[in-house]
Design a protein around this ligand. Structure first.
Ligand SMILES: [Fe+2]
Length: 330
């Protein structure tokens, strides 16, 4: 894990402002008379495991989400601690644990594939390439038969993208949206009636500022071919892009489209906050074609704390923002 030392107060407040921006209530896009009211929860990076109270943590988060009475949820990927490098038997146990725990939500859940949701692509797992569940096949079998898809609801068009490009020959992973999917997305968006508000979800961010926050050599923070996707977004009424993967609560705007990255249910893999973002999820409300959102924590206490280079932003100096509150109504 990469760490930053000697963080001064100014940097701390700047991060607070960035985090707070994602929990203020920005209004985006032109009002749409035909678009109704929708409340849903985008939660991501559950990384469930029996260790470190990860199972109990997910159960607690899901109970809190259920209490908010969303119409549905979107799971932003990385359901289990990791399926790429674990022995097959343990991966099956982790999937069963996740699915059993997800029942607590008791609402429809739209799934997004994450980079840890593919089976046995790292050789140390011992999973054979010929295994019927190898790679994304486990996802099709256990989570959703599609990794990219769309649906319409109350005047909005929802799109889920697959940002996990696995080389079928050797399991190598790149954060990309492959050519077939770019074509599908082009066709899908072309069919959407002009002006319809669109909400996109994906695992690896299409736009993020995360590499700026720490010294990092990790090459997979963002979708490599975002340049192929962004013109489509800016040519349509995309009102929000919901993202996971970084475990950092953040928003970056591109051409007035908010790219909202949600903090993780597991925080720092069940070891406390991650670069100032505690364990939590993002509550989203849509009304008349506009969007507002907030990040909520749920009170998980790690049993194995790891030092966080950024303090948790509890009271940032940003007027009108209330990040990480689980009391303030939208
Ligand atoms: Fe993750």
């Amino acid at each position: 894990m990469l760490r930053m030392k000697n963080l001064d107060r100014r940097s701390f407040l700047s991060l607070g402002a960035a985090a707070a921006a994602s929990t203020a209530l920005p209004l985006h896009a032109a009002p749409s008379a035909s678009a109704g009211n929708v409340k849903f929860v985008f939660f991501t990076d559950t990384h469930i495991e029996p260790e470190l109270n990860g199972g109990e943590g997910c159960a607690k988060a899901f109970a809190r989400i259920k209490s908010l009475k969303p119409e549905f949820c979107i799971q932003g990927g990385d359901h289990c601690i990791d399926l790429t490098s674990q022995p097959r038997e343990r991966s099956m146990m982790l999937i069963d644990l996740y699915k059993k725990t997800e029942h607590i939500l008791d609402v429809p859940v739209h799934q997004v594939i994450g980079n840890h949701d593919v089976l046995g692509t790292v050789s140390k797992s011992g999973v054979s390439h010929s295994d019927p569940l190898w790679g994304k096949k486990v996802y099709y079998e256990k989570f959703d038969k599609h990794t990219y898809y769309s649906w319409d609801h109350k005047g909005y068009h929802f799109i889920v993208l697959d940002t996990i490009d696995i080389n079928p020959a050797n399991g190598d992973y790149r954060p990309r949206i492959d050519a077939d999917q770019v074509k599908w997305l082009t066709d899908d968006m072309a069919k959407v009636k002009a002006g319809t508000p669109i909400v996109v979800s994906c695992h690896v961010p299409i736009v993020t500022g995360v590499p700026a926050y720490v010294k990092t050599d990790y090459p997979y923070w963002r979708v490599e071919n975002a340049y192929e996707i962004l013109p489509m977004f800016t040519n349509h009424n995309v009102i929000a892009v919901l993202q996971g993967h970084t475990h950092v609560n953040e928003v970056v705007y591109w051409h007035n489209i908010p790219f909202i990255t949600s903090g993780a249910v597991c925080g720092n893999w069940w070891k406390g906050s991650h670069w100032g973002t505690p364990e939590g999820f993002t509550v989203v409300e849509l009304a008349g074609g506009r969007v507002r959102w907030r990040y909520e924590t749920y009170g998980f206490k790690t049993v194995s704390p790891e030092a966080d280079p950024y303090p948790v932003v509890e009271h940032p100096v940003v007027p009108g923002s209330r990040p990480f509150s689980n009391e303030s109504p939208l």
